[in-house]
Design a protein. Structure first.
Length: 202
């Protein structure tokens, strides 16, 4: 009788141990996968987030600070982020909100252009003209209304899909398409006007 009781207790202990081992085995890979997915997501978004933060703050050091803060916040919320329908949009929205919050708490004003455009004293050759057009285009994009600028940058520069942009800016796809269309039209018209003006002065 005592032997049967000992055997029963032994088997129960073994079953409990096996169950615990299986539980640990399931949990460890999950944490490992979460870390891998987190690292992959942040690596893919790093350049995009940096350019976005720099565009808002106009300061490289502050843009780097935003990246660090975003990384920490996303890590703490990684379960919700990775389970969301659009993880990239989720992270982008976090970074954008943090950059805007930092801008609001500044005591000094944002520079009118983060591009630091300067007059070039070039001789008017083709390469110089192309550079001038590129700089002008960037300046025009930076001057767009925020929603139009975001739609243009996210679609034409970063390559996001319309539905992802809608999630990032918390809007609907129709509004995103409308803002994108208006932004493209505005840039095109202002470039044509600037180029014609330049030709007429020659």
């Amino acid at each position: 009788m005592k032997n049967e009781t000992k055997n029963r207790n032994f088997y129960c202990a073994m079953l409990h141990l096996a169950s615990h081992i299986r539980y640990i085995g399931k949990q460890q890979p999950k944490k490992g996968l979460e870390t891998q997915h987190y690292n992959k997501l942040m690596a893919e978004l790093r350049d995009t987030l940096y350019r976005m933060a720099l565009g808002i703050l106009g300061d490289r050091a502050e843009a780097e600070d935003i990246l660090q803060d975003v990384s920490e916040r996303v890590w703490r919320a990684r379960d919700a982020v990775l389970k969301s329908q659009y993880p990239r949009a989720y992270v982008y929205r976090i970074a954008r909100n943090m950059a805007i919050d930092r801008l609001r708490h500044r005591k000094h004003t944002l520079p009118s252009s983060v591009l630091q455009l300067t007059d070039s004293g070039d001789d008017g050759n083709r390469e110089s003209d192309l550079n001038d057009i590129t700089l002008l285009t960037r300046k025009l994009i930076a001057a767009l209304p925020e929603k139009q600028r975001l739609a243009l940058e996210l679609r034409d520069v970063e390559g996001y899909e319309i539905y992802e942009i809608a999630a990032i800016v918390e809007s609907d796809e129709t509004s995103v398409r409308m803002n994108l269309s208006r932004a493209r039209k505005s840039i095109r018209e202002q470039l044509i006007k600037a180029l014609n003006h330049g030709v007429s002065r020659d």
